[in-house]
Design a protein around this ligand. Structure first.
Ligand SMILES: O=C(CO)[C@H](O)[C@H](O)COP(=O)(O)O
Length: 216
């Protein structure tokens, strides 16, 4: 399967959100990644459901929503109503992860679990069979434009091996510090979806940058 590229709206120009979403529509991006932060689970606040609702009618690509919030199970309905294709919750934020995954699927969405850089993949041993995707954070979540954590390449390869050994087809998405150099190594390690924020939106020609990420 050809890898997917999911530009992260966190790095977009919020004063020109419509223009940025139209750029995504006209690009080779596969998904639009949307980061919701609460200032509690992560030390930053981004945007909330009203922004997802505003983007929904103009976006022509699947919405990949990453909740960096405590108690994400409280917001399954809101994320589904915003039209999300994929809802990612943090392993570290869910006491009853199995129940939350069930609720996400019942609401008609694909279910993803996100791991912080320090969280071992071995903790997924008894839940991975229920997941559509695992999102590995390759920076500490909360901010765009951070330095890529090298260990993420090895972590991606080990997760790929776990998925293969179990005969599953779970996707691996990696998010944080992705550019052409780190992205290439992540793809070689087995990543299926790459999230890129500042590398796309700070580039002089985002459509071309997305194309370059697709053609890696
Ligand atoms: O989840 C995120 C931050 O928590 C962002 O999606 C991620 O950091 C992407 O930004 P960049 O590509 O600039 O590193």
């Amino acid at each position: 399967m050809k890898h997917k590229i999911a530009p992260s709206l966190l790095a977009a120009d919020f004063l020109n959100l419509q223009k940025e979403v139209e750029m995504i529509n006209n690009s080779e991006a596969d998904w639009l990644h949307m980061d919701i932060m609460d200032g509690v689970f992560v030390p930053n606040i981004s945007f909330g459901f009203p922004v997802l609702d505003a983007v929904k009618p103009i976006l022509k690509k699947p919405m990949d929503v990453h909740l960096m919030i405590v108690e994400p199970q409280k917001f399954v309905k809101e994320v589904a109503e915003a039209g999300a294709y994929m809802m990612n919750v943090h392993y570290e934020a869910c006491t009853h992860l199995h129940r939350t995954i069930g609720a996400i699927k019942e609401a008609g969405m694909k279910a993803g679990v996100t791991l912080n850089p320090h969280t071992p993949i071995s903790l997924l041993e008894d839940i991975i069979q229920d997941l559509d995707m695992v999102l590995l954070m390759s920076v500490n979540p909360g901010f765009g434009g951070q330095r890529f954590i090298e260990h993420s390449v090895n972590k991606t390869a080990r997760l790929k091996e776990m998925i293969r050994a179990k005969g599953l087809d779970t996707l691996i998405e990696v998010d944080g510090g992705v550019n052409l150099e780190t992205g290439k190594r992540l793809l070689e390690a087995g990543a299926d979806v790459l999230v890129a924020g500042s590398f796309v939106f700070s580039s002089p020609d985002p459509i071309r940058t997305i194309k370059e990420l697709k053609e890696m």
